[in-house]
Write a protein that binds this ligand. Structure first.
Ligand SMILES: O=C(O)c1ccccc1N[C@@H]1O[C@H](COP(=O)(O)O)[C@@H](O)[C@H]1O
Length: 231
């Protein structure tokens, strides 16, 4: 089974294409459903890192999956992990709780390969400091790379931005890879970020929240509209 992400494969890189939108980190099912139903939201992130302010237990995520028809909303679910045990990721994928694994820790190339060999699509996240970090991304055996700000002692969800100018035209020079832009994105800066980087997907956690793990529907709508207007 190919470990591909149709949503991103169908979002060709290029200046005239809208990126897909992922909203990440929910602590309440009603809030998740409200956001998943917004036009222009393509992916929902469930955070399985126990130290995150946006943590959801696998048991709760399983209950949500039974109560919510993500296909009806036309979204995919992405599990966010930091150095998690492979068996946890595999179990959440095979039981249909997640469609994609997003790895935010120090997971090795071998660990990425072990998941993709089982048909699990993997987005590997990278904390970016400089051009060398960007050049190293494609050493990981997946076509999907997420850039986040490098924050010592943190793994993500910090609200810090990446230096977008380091990523200009990255997609054009890596046609068989897909870039997911994250880190400090919000309605106020998303248009500039998208016009600079032209990512296949943008991913936001803190920038559309009223409190950690609680997404503000108005901020999400403004975020989506800003992307559409930027094109
Ligand atoms: O959101 C978190 O708490 C988190 C914790 C550990 C790893 C990743 C996490 N979230 C991811 O972080 C980035 C950026 O978030 P933000 O928009 O800057 O708040 C994003 O990819 C989230 O999926």
């Amino acid at each position: 089974m190919a470990a591909s992400i149709a949503l991103l494969d169908q979002a060709p890189v290029g200046n005239s294409n809208l990126p897909a939108v992922k909203i990440c980190g929910f602590t309440d099912l009603a809030n998740l459903r409200e956001i998943a139903a917004i036009d222009g939201v393509n992916a929902i992130g469930l955070n399985f890192f126990p130290k995150s302010k946006r943590y959801v237990t696998p048991a709760t995520a399983r209950e949500w999956t039974s109560a919510w028809d993500r296909k009806a909303d036309g979204v995919v679910t992405v599990g966010v992990f930091v150095n998690a045990e492979q068996r946890q990721i595999i179990e959440l994928f095979t039981s249909g709780v997640i469609d994609v694994a997003q790895l935010h820790g120090t997971e090795s190339a071998d660990e990425v390969s072990a998941l993709t060999a089982r048909g699990i699509p993997v987005i590997k996240a990278h904390g970016i400091r400089n051009a060398a970090d960007i050049n190293a991304m494609t050493q990981h055996p997946t076509a999907y790379h997420l850039v986040d700000a490098f924050a010592p002692g943190e793994w993500g969800g910090t609200g810090e931005t990446v230096d977008w100018s380091l990523l200009t035209n990255w997609g054009d020079s890596h046609p068989s890879h897909r870039l997911v832009l994250s880190g400090g994105l919000k309605p106020e800066n998303i248009a500039e970020a998208v016009l600079c980087v032209h990512p296949a997907m943008v991913d936001v956690a803190s920038g559309v929240e009223s409190a950690p793990g609680v997404k503000d529907a108005n901020r999400v709508k403004t975020f989506v509209t800003a992307i559409q207007k930027a094109h």
